[in-house]
Design a protein around this ligand. Structure first.
Ligand code: PUT
Length: 287
C-alpha cells in the first residue's frame, strides 16, 4: 500500500529539523503569528509558532522543569512569580507545584496559543484555572513597563524565538524593566536560545544581561531538548541580589523531585546543568 510521508520542517538558512507527522490538528493566524499543532509520530502533538517548534507532548517536561525548578529551589522563598510568554501553560504548571508561591501572574500576548494548547496539549495547558494563577492576555512588554517596582521575586521570560512578537523580549530596554520589577533578592530566568544554533544571539543577550545585573550575577545553564534545533538549549539565571544558582539545599531539591515525580529535574541535574562546555564558555567570554 502506498503511503506518503508528511514532514514538518523547522528551517534556518543552513540547518533544518524535521519530524514526521500524521496530520495538522490546528492552524490559525493570529494578529501576531501563525499558530499550528501537528500530530508528530515521535513526540506526540507539537505546537509551532511561525514554523518554529515551541513544545511537544513527549519532551516538553525538560524545558518546563528546568526553567522553573532551578530558580525556585535556588531562591527558596519565592512568593510572587511573573511569567512572560509561556501560553502553552507548562511553565505555570511546574511553578504551581511549589506550595510557598502565593501568586503567579502569566502574561501571554496571544490567546490562540492558549486555545491551541487547551485543545491539543492538555497536559501542559492544565493549570489555567488554578486559584493562585492570574492569567492576562496582553503584551508582556507593556505589562512590564507598567509594573510596580520590586513586585516579583521571580520573573521568567518564557519567550518564543527572537523573531515576530518575541523580538521585543530580547532587548536591553525590556530587561532593564524586568530588573526594576524584581525584589532586591529577585531572580530573572530566560530561555536563552541554543549556543550552537543561535550563537550570535546567545552571546549578545548574555552581554546584555551582564550590563544590567552585573558580570558576576549572570549564569548560563543547559538542558538537552531533542525537538529544539541542535538539541542543546540554554537558560539564563540572573540575580539582582545574592541568590546563587549553585547554592541550594540538595535534600530539599531531591525531595521535591521525588514528591512530584519529575522526569528531568533533580539535585544532580540542577548542579550539573551549570557545567559548561568550552565552546560555550568561549562564547560567553568566561575563563
Ligand atoms: N518557549 C519556547 C522556546 C522556543 C525554542 N525554539
Amino acid at each position: 500500500k502506498f503511503t506518503r510521508d508528511v514532514w514538518f520542517t523547522e528551517r534556518d538558512e543552513n540547518i533544518a529539523l524535521s519530524l514526521k507527522h500524521d496530520g495538522q490538528l490546528y492552524k490559525k493566524e493570529s494578529p501576531y503569528q501563525k499558530v499550528e499543532v501537528f500530530a508528530t509520530q515521535a513526540y506526540g502533538n507539537m505546537l509551532t509558532l511561525d514554523g518554529m517548534v515551541m513544545c511537544t507532548q513527549k519532551d516538553e517536561y525538560v524545558y518546563h522543569e528546568m526553567i522553573t525548578h532551578v530558580p525556585m529551589l535556588s531562591h527558596g522563598r519565592v512568593k510572587r512569580a511573573l511569567v512572560i510568554g509561556g501560553g502553552d501553560g507548562g511553565t505555570v504548571r511546574e511553578l504551581l507545584r511549589h506550595p510557598e508561591l502565593e501568586e503567579v501572574v502569566l502574561v501571554e500576548i496571544d490567546a490562540l496559543v492558549i486555545e491551541a494548547c487547551k485543545l491539543h496539549l492538555p497536559e501542559t495547558a492544565v493549570a489555567f484555572d488554578h486559584p493562585k494563577l492570574k492569567l492576562l492576555i496582553e503584551d508582556g512588554i507593556k505589562y512590564i513597563q507598567e509594573c510596580a517596582d520590586s513586585a516579583f521575586d521571580l520573573i521568567i521570560v518564557d519567550s518564543a524565538d527572537p523573531v515576530g512578537p518575541g523580538e521585543g523580549l530580547f532587548t536591553a530596554e525590556f530587561y532593564k524593566e524586568v530588573y526594576r520589577c524584581l525584589t532586591e533578592d529577585g531572580i530573572m530566568v530566560t530561555q536563552s536560545e541554543s549556543p550552537r544554533f543561535n550563537a550570535n544571539v546567545f552571546a549578545e543577550i548574555y552581554d546584555c544581561y551582564r550590563g544590567i545585573f552585573g558580570a558576576d550575577k549572570v549564569s548560563c545553564y543547559l538542558a538537552a531538548i531533542p525537538t529544539y534545533p541542535t538539541g542543546t538549549w540554554s537558560f539564563s539565571f540572573s540575580s539582582k541580589g545574592n541568590a546563587q544558582p549553585l547554592v541550594f539545599d540538595r535534600e530539599t531539591a531531591a525531595a521535591f523531585s521525588r514528591k512530584n515525580d519529575l522526569k528531568y529535574y533533580n539535585e544532580d541535574i540542577h548542579a550539573a546543568a551549570f557545567a559548561l562546555p568550552n565552546f560555550v564558555k568561549q562564547l560567553l567570554k568566561l575563563k
